[in-house]
Design a protein around this ligand. Structure first.
Ligand code: GTP
Ligand code: MG
Length: 204
């Protein structure tokens, strides 16, 4: 897919404030510092598009970007944010849960996972929650340029093993590097296929 245009639409505090749910939508989320902003910017080839980084935020921000006037990219700052208090974290988690469970046009949640470290409890829990809620997800392993491919492979295998305790069929997985532009074509064609399915179903 060629990225012709990206427009920031709005930041919403909750599901009810989000833009009309008419176009297919994809969430990008993950723990803080996982490389979310870098990945989003690499995907849409815009620098500083996703600049949600320095705001530890007391409330959830659901950031909608309209791509090619055809689909929404949603930047959803990391779950389990370490600097939040427990109460804020719970509020945030509830808002996130409300959003991913009820957003009608949501096609898929891309969960970003750092390929440089073994599976983290918060990642595994979040991915398992998505399964429990029946929300489709895919995993994008980030920063694969940092370690040897062997070590990246080991972490990916550990994650698969972890998830197989819970999942019958593993979610789709991508290896990415914002620095090396790795994974861009794969993720974008995956989105393109999902978009095609969305518009096909509309026609029927
Ligand atoms: P917050 O918004 O602060 O939670 O972080 P984020 O998830 O948006 O991560 P960000 O893109 O800001 O990247 C965090 C750090 O990882 C930065 O120092 C980036 O330069 C680095 N980083 C991001 N992607 C890559 C990558 O593909 N390879 C390498 N080597 N470093 C990366
Ligand atoms: Mg960021």
């Amino acid at each position: 897919m060629e990225i012709k245009q990206v427009k920031f639409v709005k930041s919403s505090g909750s599901l009810k404030d989000c833009p009309p749910a008419k176009l297919p939508e994809y969430v990008f989320t993950g723990r803080s510092n996982v490389g979310k902003s870098s990945l989003i910017n690499m995907l849409v080839k815009r620098n500083e598009l996703a600049r949600t980084s320095s705001n530890p935020g007391k409330t959830i921000t659901i950031n909608h970007f309209l791509v090619n006037d055809n689909w929404y990219l949603v930047d959803l700052p990391g779950y389990g944010y370490a600097r939040r208090s427990r109460t804020l974290r719970n509020q945030w988690e509830l808002a996130l849960e409300e959003f991913v469970k009820n957003r009608e046009n949501l096609q898929l949640v891309f969960v970003l996972v750092d390929s440089n470290i073994p599976p983290q409890k918060s990642d595994v829990e979040f991915i398992n929650h998505l399964a429990e809620w029946g929300v489709p997800c895919a995993i994008i392993f980030t920063k694969t340029d940092r370690l040897s491919q062997h070590k990246v492979g080991v972490n990916v295998q550990l994650m698969k093993k972890e998830l197989l305790n819970y999942w019958e069929e593993l979610p789709t997985m991508f290896l990415s590097s914002a620095n090396k532009k790795r994974g861009r074509a794969e993720v974008l064609s995956f989105i393109e296929e999902c978009n095609a399915q969305f518009f096909d179903t509309l026609k029927k």
